[in-house]
Design a protein around this ligand. Structure first.
Ligand code: HEM
Length: 442
């Protein structure tokens, strides 16, 4: 029998001693342990539970791609989130996931997303028009609305009822808030049951499903032809020629709202703050924007001719990856780099730490978009959209949306910094906190 090599352990005592600050922001605690114990350690949570934290990009690739068949998602997505949004791509596993991913992939191919660009632009312009100049502004609520409206407009381009969309947004955000509470305070489960907040959120989820049900039924009556994402999803066929049924379509649309709006809003908010603090980068980006706007470029031309914008977004997502952890659990016993992983080991791959590890990145905490001029050279330790077969299906959608939003913003405004730091709030996603800047007319 080969000798077992397990990951170095952080004790339950240390965990409880640090519980208060972990609840506030777990990232410094993780950093300290990585520095002390190496790129992978096991945190003993007590009651026979533990989590393995890793910032080893090779281990992440092994679990997410090379041996992904032996790794499944944790119940946070497949159970806790699924109870509010149903079993869509993000929350399902096994054959169900495989069939859906195969079915939906074509709708997210670049050429299909190109047909949505004008819808995206329309939603972006509407939100940008709300920005007030020369005023201290928290950009997160603006970009949160913007990202929700972009998904809504891309899905339902036709006369969408703004009350319905506002209600959908309210419910999505309420459910997300409730999920954060449930995950951060699992010991309060009985209280959430007793005080009715769980039941209330489940009722809200049903309301969201009812709204989507009526939107889809109206589309069936009016017939396709809008060339939006809903049309594309309704037009897809499984191998046997059948189409997605009504309930499945609702599940998938709810997932697109959940997966596609907060992540993008976070990224835009961080990017704007980084630009405010790095005027030279902002000027270089503005030069690219102004050049294109002089030529009355179409959204498609903007995407094709904005390399520097791409580097800026990639560098922003390196420093502030909206999905800052990816979770997996191995199905059967496994080994990697001589370490044994007993069956059912819970892994949290810290994308945040992988992206800032000085072994791989020169000046890891600095904002240097030029490092993405050669994406190949960094791609084995850069995973803002995950890796392997479950890699984000909306990555092109997100990149195009952020590119267009930055162009529309920089055409009109110069962004000024009003505070020296960028604050974070690590919840389910890595959220910005007090994302304050000032917009002035260019
Ligand atoms: C900056 C924005 C975004 C980031 C950083 C991001 C990141 C990610 C990551 C890391 C995953 C993989 C999670 C895992 O392996 O456990 C993922 C999955 C997913 N994302 Fe995104 N995402 C973004 C935007 C979007 C958008 C705009 C959409 C849709 C319109 C979307 C839809 C999805 C879906 C459906 C999945 C599940 C895919 C599957 O399991 O097959 N995402 N995303």
């Amino acid at each position: 029998m080969p000798k077992k090599h397990l990951y170095p352990e952080v004790s339950t005592f240390t965990f409880f001693k640090n519980a208060k600050r972990i609840l506030k922001n777990p990232l410094p605690f993780h950093r300290e342990n990585f520095e002390a114990l190496g790129d992978t350690f096991r945190l003993n949570l007590g009651f026979s539970k533990s989590v393995v934290f890793s910032r080893d990009p090779d281990l992440a690739i092994y679990a997410l791609r090379d041996n992904q068949k032996n790794f499944r998602k944790s119940e946070i997505q497949t159970k806790d989130l699924a109870k509010y949004v149903g079993k869509g791509l993000l929350t399902s596993e096994g054959e169900n996931w495989k069939m859906q991913r195969k079915l939906m992939q074509p709708a997210f191919h670049k050429k299909n997303i190109y047909t949505l660009l004008n819808f995206m632009l329309e939603a972006i312009d509407k939100e940008i028009a709300r920005i007030e100049i020369n005023k201290t502004t928290d950009v997160f609520p603006i970009f949160n609305d913007l990202a929700f409206k972009v998904v809504a407009k891309s899905l339902f381009s036709d006369a969408i009822n703004s009350d319905e969309i506002a209600k959908l947004q309210e419910i999505t955000e309420e459910n997300q808030k409730m999920l954060v509470k449930e995950l951060r305070q699992p010991y309060k489960h009985w209280w959430f049951l007793l005080n009715g907040s769980l039941a209330k959120n489940l009722r809200l989820s049903q309301q969201a499903r009812d709204i989507l049900d009526s939107i889809i039924k109206r589309r069936h009556i009016s017939g396709a032809g809008e060339k939006d994402l809903l049309d594309m999803l309704m037009g897809l066929s499984y191998e046997d020629g059948t189409k997605m049924n009504h309930e499945k379509l609702i599940d998938e649309i709810l997932i697109l709202f959940i997966a596609g709006h907060e992540t993008t809003a976070n990224s835009l908010s961080f990017t704007i703050q980084l630009l405010a603090q790095n005027q030279k980068v902002q000027q270089k980006l503005a030069d690219e924007v102004v050049l294109l706007s002089k030529n009355e470029s179409s959204p498609f031309d903007i995407l094709m001719s904005s390399p520097y914008t791409g580097y800026v977004i990639q560098e922003s997502m390196r420093l502030f990856p909206p999905v800052y952890f990816i979770d997996r659990e191995n199905i059967s016993v496994d080994t990697f780099k001589q370490k044994e992983m007993p069956e059912g080991t819970n892994f949290l791959f810290s994308i945040y730490e992988i992206h800032r590890n000085q072994k791989n990145w020169l000046h890891p905490n600095d904002f240097i978009p030029e490092r993405f001029e050669n994406l190949e050279s960094v791609s084995s330790f850069y995973f803002p959209f995950g890796a392997g077969p479950r890699k984000c299906i909306g990555s092109n959608f997100a990149m195009y949306e952020i590119t267009l939003a930055l162009h529309q913003l920089l055409k009109i405004f110069r962004i000024e910094s009003i505070k020296p730091d960028i604050e974070i709030e690590p919840l389910i996603s890595l959220k910005p906190k007090n994302a304050l800047v000032r917009f002035v007319k260019r």
